[in-house]
Design a protein around this ligand. Structure first.
Ligand code: COA
Length: 163
């Protein structure tokens, strides 16, 4: 067995996805800081603990490896943040979280999952497209960046109940 394969199997046997709580914010922030040039603040995460949001964490034992933040708005689930700690990237964590939030969104009768992604974020775009997302638009200058703001691609995945 290849070492990479064996790591993935061990990792997935002990990993689980759970709802996050405000007590997870310190662990979330330490991952967030490794993930983005313009990370969310603690206040933004605190504001996400509301009834129409879902916050999912992928944990191995007590250790948080990654998380996803989803906002339900009418019948659309908007993926606002998906981030995996630098140590665990490329080990299937992002795909596990994405599949979970998609399954939960459709179970809760959302018609589609929507997200924005930086045009330059080839890894994330590849992940989303291999899970069936298609590009439905662009938002010019959506993201802060230096020296000029960066465009977002808008991707969507239609659910089984979409008419
Ligand atoms: C994007 C992100 C969430 C992906 O999570 P991950 O755990 O590293 O991804 P996975 O191991 O589940 O891999 C999923 C797919 O992503 C792509 N991918 C992952 N790492 C890659 C790499 N180094 N090079 C190219 N593609 C890669 C592949 O399509 C991969 O599928 P495969 O393993 O079948 O080839 C993670 O890289 C991350 O947190 N990045 C920083 C924050 C971010 O950009 N979030 C997305 C905002 S829209």
């Amino acid at each position: 067995m290849e070492p990479e394969q064996s790591y993935r199997q061990v990792a997935s046997a002990t990993r689980r996805i759970r709802s996050l709580a405000p007590t997870d914010i310190p662990d979330i922030l330490s991952i967030e800081l490794t993930g983005y040039s313009h990370p969310w603040s603690e206040a933004i995460f605190r504001d996400c603990f509301r009834p129409d949001y879902r916050l999912w964490g992928l944990a191995d034992g007590d250790g948080l490896q990654g998380y996803a933040v989803v906002a339900y708005l009418f019948d659309e689930a908007h993926l606002l943040n998906l981030c995996v700690g630098a140590r665990w990237r490329g080990s299937g964590a992002g795909r596990l979280l994405l599949r979970h939030l998609i399954r939960e969104s459709f179970r809760e009768h959302m018609q589609r999952v929507l997200l924005e992604v930086r045009r330059s974020n080839a890894i994330a775009i590849d992940l989303y497209k291999t899970e069936g997302f298609v590009q439905i638009g662009e938002r010019p200058g959506y993201y802060p960046a230096s020296p000029v703001r960066e465009d977002a691609l808008v991707l969507a995945l239609e659910g089984p109940e979409a008419g």
